[in-house]
Design a protein around this ligand. Structure first.
Ligand code: ZN
Length: 475
């Protein structure tokens, strides 16, 4: 009898404790979002702002795949709206894939256009218009001209500009142009002080673009070009990570000095109309209005000379400058083997063809692409934030204890990479600690999928493997 009466009180106390725990977690997140934590920089707050300004783009907006799940980024706990977009996470993936397919169609359509002409003439000529440093106020003018002329181009965008003008990144993408990565801030001193900083900016820009278009840029153009800047380490590691570095064959000269007039840009752009393949360097960054001014005439001249207009892809023969003796002699430190294993090696899988891992958990479903998960010791390892957020849960990061806290399925689960422990606080108030393989890889937490599902109250995971995909189902 006594027991029966105690139970409701106990439950009340337990609920109270749980509410406090959840509130504490939310409190941590609010603190993080203000960017007050010493580790979070204004850059991240700017990114967060850009993210918030993008409600229309949520279709392309599955949570980040945290090969670069920066622990210093604000802890994201989003509301129902964000969750709604995640429920359709799998359809967002499909849309992303559709868009890729349509780009592929554009490419093959472009190839198709070339084909009949190629039958008549042996010298199939292609010009690849490339625009660096945007997007800026000049970009809409360039896009209008390209649309009017029925011409495609490649835009090597800067991450900080993209974060501030996501609608232009979307416009470039929607018009079927290619988007390449031109680093985050274009600062030579930062970028060429050592490879790891160059890498950090490539990943940051990649994430910014991926949040807008759903697709990771694979093409990279070095600010100022590779010559005098890249040594073998830069070339080798970027290639190993799955990127294609592209310089140019013709410089329009539009950035030689301020305000180069359109006539001069035109002249330099069409100086050689005999090469079978031209990669033309132009700029659509701020202050490059004259480049847009020159563009219709540039296109006209190339058309008249029998050129078709291509967009660069990872398949294009890369145009790269050689390593200069100056760059080779810089003696910049090379990243450690551990760093390469944690960053470069898994990154290549992001671009490698492979098998996706579909997760069907409760009523939610999502898909991790090849490279977004790992198989180790016969187990699936998944990045904590991307996996949980795509399945409708929330994840907070505590930099001090290097641990992540998951609010999911009515539970609070803390995964600590230092103590290798999982703490589970259940709805009924019971708490439990277990040893677990919580890995801090690069800058993200990875956990065995089965351990995560069991801790979060999704037991009995079944795994099915077919030629097309890997699938894990749990109640
Ligand atoms: Zn540039």
């Amino acid at each position: 009898m006594k027991e029966c009466r105690e139970n409701p009180f106990r439950r009340l106390i337990i609920r109270g404790l749980l509410v406090i725990a959840v509130l504490l977690c939310l409190g941590v997140s609010a603190y993080g979002e203000k960017g007050d934590s010493p580790a979070s920089s204004s850059t991240f707050s700017r990114q967060a702002e850009a993210g918030r300004a993008l409600p229309l783009l949520s279709k392309n907006n599955p949570p980040a795949v945290p090969v670069q799940d920066l622990p210093s980024a604000p802890v994201k706990i989003k509301g129902a709206e964000a969750r709604r977009s995640r429920i359709s996470g799998s359809s967002a993936d499909v849309q992303g894939a559709d868009h890729q397919a349509s780009s592929a169609q554009q490419i093959s359509a472009a190839a198709g256009k070339i084909a009949p002409e190629a039958g008549h003439r042996k010298d199939k000529r292609v010009v690849y218009l490339t625009f660096d440093d945007g997007p800026s106020a000049v970009t809409p003018k360039v896009l209008n001209i390209l649309r009017e002329q029925g011409v495609k181009a490649t835009f090597f965008v800067l991450g900080d500009q993209a974060a501030g003008r996501p609608e232009l990144i979307n416009a470039i993408w929607e018009q079927g142009h290619a988007i390449g990565n031109h680093t985050y801030n274009h600062n030579y001193h930062d970028l060429y002080s050592g490879f790891t900083e160059f890498w950090r900016q490539i990943k940051q820009t990649e994430e910014t673009v991926r949040e807008i278009t759903g697709v990771r840029p694979q093409l990279v153009r070095a600010p100022g070009g590779t010559f005098g800047h890249f040594d073998n380490t830069y070339f080798t590691l970027l290639k190993q990570a799955g990127y294609e570095v592209i310089d140019w064959t013709v410089d329009s000269g539009d950035s030689r000095r301020r305000g180069v007039p359109a006539a001069e840009i035109l002249q330099a752009s069409v100086a050689d109309l005999t090469s079978s393949s031209v990669v033309l360097l132009l700029h659509d960054g701020s202050g490059h209005g004259q480049s847009a001014e020159a563009l219709p005439a540039i296109i006209e001249r190339y058309k008249a000379a029998g050129y078709t207009f291509g967009i660069l892809g990872a398949q294009s023969d890369p145009v790269q400058f050689r390593v200069s003796s100056k760059a080779a002699a810089l003696k910049r430190g090379k990243p450690s083997q551990d760093w390469i294993s944690a960053n470069i090696v898994p990154n290549a899988q992001l671009f490698a063809p492979g098998t996706a891992l579909a997760l069907e958990i409760g009523r939610m479903e999502t898909k991790l692409k090849p490279g977004e998960y790992r198989v180790q010791d016969g187990q699936y390892y998944v990045p904590l934030r991307a996996t949980v957020e795509r399945l409708g849960g929330q994840v907070g990061w505590n930099a001090a204890t290097r641990s992540g806290t998951v609010i999911w399925n009515g539970r609070s689960v803390t995964l600590n990479s230092e103590t290798q422990e999982i703490g589970i606080l259940r709805l009924d108030g019971t708490a439990e600690y277990q040893a677990a393989q919580v890995q801090l890889l690069g800058e993200s937490l990875w956990v065995p999928l089965r351990t995560l599902l069991e801790a979060a109250g999704h037991p009995g995971a079944e795994s099915v493997v077919s030629a097309e995909e890997r699938r894990v189902k749990a109640a």
